[in-house]
Ligand binder design. Structure first.
Ligand code: UFG
Length: 340
C-alpha cells in the first residue's frame, strides 16, 4: 500500500482528494495547520471511506517541522500539495503573507521531496495563470499573463519554482494541475466547502443566500461581452477534480510521464455564465434565488473555460458531472450543514 502525503488535506479540494486516494487503496497522511479548515473533516473522510487517514497538525512555514515530518514518514511515494492561502482579495491586502504562506512552504517541501527515494509531486495550480486568454477554450500552451493578484502570482511563481527545480533534478517528477472553478461536494454530503466568513466565490454565496444566511446575491456585472452579459467560467465538480489528482499521481508512480515537469488543465470544457449557474441552482433546488445586478468586480476576467483534450488523452481523465449535478451536491451540502 503506497503512502501519499496530502498537504492541506482537510481543505475543500484536499479532503475530496483524500477520499478518492483511499478509495483507490492508497494510505494517506494529511498535513494541515487547521488555519482554514476544521478537524471534523477528518471524521467526514473516515465515515465515507471507512479508513482514518494519518493526520499531522503542522505548519509548513516552519522548515524544521517539515524536516522532522519527513524523518518520521520516510516511505512516502508521492506528495499532493494543496496547502495554500487562496483568497484573491486578501492577497492584495497582505501580499507578504501570501508569498510566505504559498512559496516558502513549497520550497521547504520540495527540498525534502528531493531526498525521497520516489520524488513524485503534484501541485495545485490555477487557470488564473492564463489571465484573460485570447482564445477559448484555453489550451495549456496559452501564454501565461501577468498575475492580477499576489495570490495568482504565487501560482505562477510556484510553477516556475517547480519547473526550474525539475530542470536540474531529474529524479523529481512533477505535475502542475491548473484548476478551473471547483464547486460542489461529495455525494454523501459528509464533506464539502466550508468558507470562513462571507464567501467570495459564487456557488457558496448562492447556497448561503438560499439557506437564508445572506440576503441577496450580487451578480458582478451584466455588461460583459458575453451572450447574457455576465461572466463565463468553467465550473468543475470537486469530485471530478479530486479524481484528476489520483490519475496524475498514478501517471508518476507508473513512470508514464514523458517529461519530468508537466502541466494539465482540469476543467469540464464547458463555459457557464453567472446567470446560467443561478438557473441551474433554481432548477435543482426548486426554489428561486434572490439576486440583483451590481457593478463589475475588480480583477474579474470576462471568460475562461478549459480545452480539456490534453488531460482527456494523456491522463485518460474526463470530468463526468454536469453543472446541475454539481449544483445539486453543493445545495445538499449546504442543507446538511445548516440542518435544513
Ligand atoms: N460572482 C458574482 N457574485 C459573487 C461572487 C462571484 O457575480 O458574489 C461572479 C464573479 O464575478 C465571476 C464568477 O461569479 O464572474 C465566479 O467567481 P468566483 O469568485 O467564484 O471565481 P473566480 O473565477 O473569480 O475565481 C476562481 C478561484 C480563484 C482563482 C480564479 C482563477 O476562486 O482562486 O478562479 O480565475 F484564482
Amino acid at each position: 500500500m503506497k503512502k501519499i502525503l496530502v498537504t492541506g488535506g482537510l481543505g475543500f479540494i484536499g479532503s475530496h482528494t483524500v477520499v478518492e486516494l483511499q478509495n483507490e487503496g492508497f494510505e494517506v497522511v494529511i498535513i494541515d495547520d487547521l488555519s482554514n479548515s476544521s478537524i471534523e473533516v477528518l471524521d467526514g473522510i473516515t465515515s465515507i471511506t471507512g479508513a482514518k487517514p494519518i493526520f499531522e497538525k503542522l505548519d509548513l512555514k516552519h522548515e524544521s517541522s517539515v524536516i522532522d515530518f519527513f524523518k518520521k514518514h520516510h516511505t512516502i511515494s508521492g506528495v499532493i500539495h494543496f496547502a495554500a492561502s487562496k483568497a484573491v482579495g486578501e492577497s492584495v491586502e497582505k501580499p507578504l503573507l501570501y508569498y510566505e504562506n504559498n512559496l516558502n512552504t513549497l520550497i521547504y517541501l520540495l527540498k525534502e521531496v528531493l531526498l525521497l527515494p520516489a520524488s513524485n509531486f503534484i501541485f495545485s495550480s490555477s487557470c488564473t495563470v492564463y489571465g484573460q486568454a485570447e482564445e477559448m477554450p484555453i489550451t495549456e500552451n496559452a501564454p501565461i499573463q501577468p498575475a492580477e493578484s499576489p495570490y495568482g502570482n504565487t501560482k505562477q511563481i510556484g510553477e516556475e519554482i517547480i519547473r526550474d527545480t525539475c530542470k536540474v533534478n531529474t529524479n523529481l517528477n512533477a505535475i502542475a494541475l491548473r484548476y478551473f472553478n471547483p464547486i460542489g461536494a461529495h455525494s454523501s454530503a459528509k464533506i464539502g466547502e466550508l468558507p470562513i466568513g462571507v464567501p467570495q466565490n459564487l456557488v457558496p454565496y448562492i447556497t448561503q443566500t438560499a439557506a437564508g444566511l445572506r440576503e441577496s446575491l450580487s451578480v458582478f456585472g451584466n455588461d460583459y461581452q458575453t451572450p447574457d452579459g455576465t461572466c463565463i467560467r468553467d465550473y468543475i465538480h470537486v469530485v471530478d477534480l479530486a479524481k484528476a489528482h489520483v490519475v496524475a499521481l498514478q501517471r508518476l508512480l507508473e513512470q508514464k510521464n514523458t517529461s519530468n515537469y508537466e502541466t494539465f488543465n482540469v476543467g469540464t470544457g464547458v463555459g457557464s455564465s453567472v446567470l446560467e449557474v443561478i438557473k441551474s441552482f433554481e432548477k435543482v433546488s426548486g426554489q428561486s434565488l434572490n439576486y440583483k445586478f451590481a457593478a463589475r468586480r475588480e480583477g474579474d476576467i470576462t471568460s475562461a473555460y478549459a480545452h480539456t483534450e490534453k488531460a482527456n488523452k494523456i491522463l485518460g481523465w474526463k470530468a463526468k458531472s454536469s453543472l446541475d449535478e454539481a449544483m445539486k451536491s453543493a445545495w445538499d451540502w449546504e442543507k446538511h450543514i445548516r440542518n435544513l
